[in-house]
Design a protein around this ligand. Structure first.
Ligand SMILES: *[C@@H]1O[C@H](CO)[C@@H](O)[C@H](O)[C@H]1NC(C)=O
Ligand SMILES: *[C@@H]1O[C@H](CO)[C@@H](O)[C@H](O)[C@H]1NC(C)=O
Length: 275
């Protein structure tokens, strides 16, 4: 049974090969696994996202698909019509090192966008004029190869969750998302962050989770962070980090403290003074 299946797959692969451009070079075309869910909402009269929003059962339609596709097919999947889509969640369990995709977010359509391991190298939020977005609440793009925050990210005013973990960011400026004052989760672990900076304008009153673990931070200054509800703060695996400037228990009363035996290079004198 197994060999029959395998033979079938082989024939299928060869079939694809003969139509794909890779056929010319003789190499079999690589297939990538995908799994996505998408919700289309035809009623677009509502404007901004609100806490507790659910697409109406009457006017919405859900599609779920899983399979293996060529790079061209994955690119086509990512070019879905955003005009009526409120949710798009994509993930893949393939090695996507050789898949190169990009994605452009259109204003005031999506409520939730997740592109996990999609080979994403470029993400942009290009809006006409000075329009802001007040719908996108969850932007999750983990396990891609993004080196910068998307241009236009400062226009996403309704963000509740921003997940850029497992990318290649080198720096992060909190000011860029300071307008999203309802942000609850900021997940930046497993990047290459050497700097994480803020100005007094970045007031993240609702933030409860901040993950900066597994980066390359040597210095970190919390003096300008306004995050009174911060509760879960991960900063382990920044091997050269010795202190966090401006950290006081009174400013972050809900954070439990730091592991003295952890994976940073804590200055123990400093550590005792803030626990
Ligand atoms: C995709 O391919 C993998 C092996 O390459 C296979 O195990 C899996 O069943 C395929 N998935 C689908 C949905 O066809
Ligand atoms: C460790 O921290 C203390 C208190 O913040 C400081 O006085 C001291 O110079 C630091 N030690 C080193 C080696 O940086």
């Amino acid at each position: 049974m197994r060999s029959v299946w395998f033979f079938g797959a082989l024939v299928f692969g060869v079939g694809l090969c003969s139509v794909g451009s890779a056929a010319k070079s003789g190499a079999p075309e690589v297939l990538y696994h995908y799994d996505y869910s998408r919700i289309q909402e035809t009623d677009q009269a509502w404007e901004c996202w609100k806490e507790g929003y659910r697409p109406s059962k009457v006017t919405s339609k859900k599609v779920h698909e899983t399979g293996n596709g060529t790079a061209a097919e994955i690119e086509r999947l990512l070019r879905f019509d955003q005009s009526t889509t409120v949710l798009f969640m994509y993930s893949s369990n393939s090695d996507n090192v050789n898949l190169r995709t990009k994605f452009t977010i259109q204003p005031n359509r999506l409520v939730r966008l997740s592109l996990d391991n999609a080979g994403l190298e470029r993400l942009q939020v290009t809006f006409a004029g000075y329009e802001n977005d007040c719908r996108l609440a969850d932007l999750s793009v983990p396990r891609n190869r993004l080196t910068d925050l998307p241009e236009g990210i400062e226009r996403l005013t309704s963000l509740r969750k921003l997940d850029f973990s497992y990318n290649q960011l080198k720096q992060f400026d909190l000011d860029r998302i300071g307008i999203a004052d309802g942000l609850k989760q900021l997940l930046l672990s497993h990047n290459r962050l050497e700097s994480f900076v803020a100005s007094p304008r970045a007031i993240l009153f609702s933030l409860h989770t901040l993950d900066l673990s597994n980066n390359r931070l040597r210095t970190l200054d919390s003096t300008l962070w306004t995050m009174p509800h911060l509760e879960t703060f991960h900063v382990d695996h920044n091997r050269h980090l010795t202190t966090i400037g401006g950290w006081k228990k009174a400013r972050f009363p809900l954070v439990k403290g730091f592991d003295p035996a952890g994976t940073n290079n804590w200055n123990q004198t400093w550590l005792k003074s803030v626990q």
